[in-house]
Design a protein around this ligand. Structure first.
Ligand code: PBG
Length: 337
């Protein structure tokens, strides 16, 4: 009964119909503009003390903190799935957290031990080491604190020491996530001074003061310590020109690649950065984004698997060269089939 509905006169289209190429799967494949591949995915992992230990993270269902031996297994699985690099974050035992964050530059800290364990067992995967003090300090801030002020230059001095112990332990890429001014230059100079000219720096250049980091802070154990916020160093989410200045400055200081973070709410920044700079740009699909997809999926509000794919693809479309994502292993395995 619906076969004889009247047609509108479409002669004004002059032959152009965009639905034509969408009619068959092969054709949609043929005109697809962007790709999502295992090599686009970087896997963030949380390390804990112990052996054969895995602990759940309540706000990140499906993600676990792993002891060093299990991290090595995870690294093998990642390499086998075609993931190029891991981004590693330590959950430092409470008794080692202090005001000065000195555990950050203890050459035998958890971070250094996991870096060297993975480097010797799985030498062909890249190791990205986070540098910031929140994973080691007693107050959960990324920098040193004096009378409530986050100190810049003193923090850079501590971070430089932290980067050096990580490089000696086998880090391939140092990733400062603290947003102090001048830290890329400080780390570059120190690395070169010790013969680590080939150790890269991936700068968390445009890192916004965001509510989407909540679950991560549970994962590394800094959340309950944190008083106040990080707005004197992380960026105001109202700004976009400022993100370009941050990136420009990090490139001038010697960054090899830059990151924009969080991901999905900041796709506009990724696109502007891609258009403005000739440098690899990474997006971080952060913990809160992961939690939203998992929880909305579990509640039946969205199709979880479809949301994972669509969200990751949007980063590639926006211009990201790669994505840090907690879905990396699952998706690398799916994408290679
Ligand atoms: C801190 C750091 C954070 C993340 C990566 N490095 C949290 C913060 O700045 O408070 C967030 C990652 C995520 O939410 O997945 N140095």
């Amino acid at each position: 009964m619906s076969t004889d509905w009247p047609k509108h006169d479409m002669s004004f289209l002059a032959g152009s119909r965009l639905r034509r190429t969408r009619q068959a799967g092969w054709s949609r494949d043929m005109v697809r503009e962007t790709q999502l591949l295992p090599r686009d995915l970087i896997w963030p992992l949380f390390v804990i003390e112990g052996s054969n230990e895995r602990t759940a993270i309540k706000t990140m269902p499906g993600v676990e903190r792993l002891s060093i031996d299990l991290m090595v297994e995870a690294a093998k699985a990642a390499r086998d799935a075609g993931i190029p690099a891991l981004a590693i974050f330590p959950n430092t035992p409470d008794h080692l957290r202090a005001e000065d964050g000195a555990e950050a530059y203890n050459p035998d800290n958890l971070m250094c031990r996991v870096l060297s364990a993975i480097k010797s067992a799985v030498p062909d995967i890249g190791l990205i080491a986070d540098v910031a003090l929140d994973e080691y300090s007693s107050d959960g801030q990324d920098g040193l604190v004096r009378d409530g002020e986050i100190l810049n230059d003193e923090t850079v001095a501590a971070m430089v020491k932290s980067a050096l112990v990580q490089a000696r332990a086998g880090a391939d890429i140092i990733a400062p996530s603290d947003m102090m001014d001048g830290r890329v230059a400080g780390i570059r100079e120190a690395l070169d001074g010790e013969g680590f000219e080939h150790v890269q720096i991936m700068a968390y250049s445009a890192k916004y003061a965001s509510c989407f980091y909540g679950p991560f802070r549970e994962a590394v154990g800094s959340g309950s310590r944190l008083k106040g916020d990080k707005r004197t160093y992380q960026m105001d989410y109202a700004n976009t020109d400022e993100a370009l200045r941050e990136i420009e400055q990090d490139i001038a200081e010697g960054a090899d690649s830059v990151m924009i973070k969080p991901g999905l709410p900041y796709l506009d920044i990724i696109r502007r950065a891609k258009d403005a700079f000739n440098i690899p740009i990474y997006a971080y699909q952060v913990s809160g984004e992961y939690a939203m997809i998992e929880m909305a999926g579990a509640a039946g509000a969205i199709n979880r698997d479809a949301a994972v794919l669509e969200s990751l693809w949007s980063f590639k479309r926006a211009g990201a060269n790669g994505i840090l994502t907690y879905y990396a292993l699952e998706m690398a395995r799916k994408l290679s089939h």
